[in-house]
Design a protein. Structure first.
Length: 283
């Protein structure tokens, strides 16, 4: 399959900066106010009735909600479980998806068409339709009430979408690059690792952030497979906090802040990596 080279950007550098600034302003206007209210609500004194109007600076200002969230919801252990799942699932998912996408990009055109069509069909299958057969398999293997079912989807790249994105990224690389690797007698694995993968770092950064957010916020799979409270992930711990008395809403909001901050950090790091790599490639 012949790759296609990347041409120069159709927009001048000044226009790109303007669009990026507008995009950043839009994100700030849409997402920052709810986050500010979330943090403000988490610093409210638990046990008091909710304020009829939002308060940016609660009176009194206290962190008791965070202390009670850790004590009542077991957020510390749940955070460690979520971190363990993410540390294993995210890199494994990205590696498998990139390997599969690279293999698809190097197949013959007719074979690639069949594989892409099969991937699109698999992508259209609802995740809930796979719950019963997956549960039956993990139950027969004795893996229910463990964290293994939460990591297992990474063995197939988590989603066919990730494989297709990598396929398009590797397919866009110049064919002469792959020819040069053949002349240098590089194996397919070394070509993928040392040549192709470094050239699609923005794709890797974006899919890593997306995979982390989806894994971190996954509620359905832990609800189905995990029963031991010591194995709860953050979404399940937040569910236990949501049944508290309505006057203890700061406790739930504190748990929500704890669950939101890691996802925001990963998103910011991925965005900076993406923009830095794009600017370097554009020069």
């Amino acid at each position: 399959m012949r790759g296609r080279g990347r041409g120069p950007s159709p927009l001048p550098e000044g226009a790109l900066r303007v669009w990026r600034t507008l995009g950043a302003a839009f994100v700030l206007l849409v997402f920052v106010p709810p986050l500010v209210l979330l943090v403000s609500g988490s610093l409210t004194q638990p046990g008091l009735p909710p304020s009829p109007t939002p308060q940016l600076v609660p009176d009194p200002l206290t962190t008791v909600g965070y202390e009670q969230a850790v004590e009542l919801g077991g957020l510390l252990r749940a955070s460690l479980n979520s971190v363990l799942v993410a540390v294993v699932a995210v890199p494994l998912s990205v590696l498998v998806a990139s390997l599969a996408g690279f293999a698809m990009a190097r197949l013959a055109p007719r074979t690639t068409g069949v594989v892409v069509a099969a991937s699109l069909v698999a992508l259209m299958v609802p995740a809930t339709a796979l719950l019963v057969p997956r549960f039956a398999i993990f139950r027969v293997l004795g893996l229910t009430d463990t964290l293994v079912p939460l990591v297992a989807p990474a063995l197939v790249g988590t989603s066919p979408l990730y494989v297709l994105v990598y396929y398009l990224a590797f397919r866009a690389l110049p064919a002469e690059l792959y020819d040069a690797c053949l002349v240098a007698d590089l194996s397919p694995v070394r070509t993928w690792w040392r040549v192709a993968l470094p050239l699609v770092r923005p794709v890797t950064a974006g899919l890593t952030a997306l995979t982390f957010v989806l894994t971190w916020s996954n509620f359905l799979d832990p609800l189905v497979y995990v029963y031991d409270r010591d194995l709860f992930t953050l979404p399940l711990a937040l569910r236990s906090l949501s049944v508290l008395d309505p006057t203890n809403f700061p406790v739930f909001l504190a748990g929500a802040v704890v669950a939101t901050v890691p996802a925001l950090v990963v998103f910011v790091l991925a965005q900076r990596r993406f923009l830095h790599t794009s600017d370097r490639n554009g020069r």
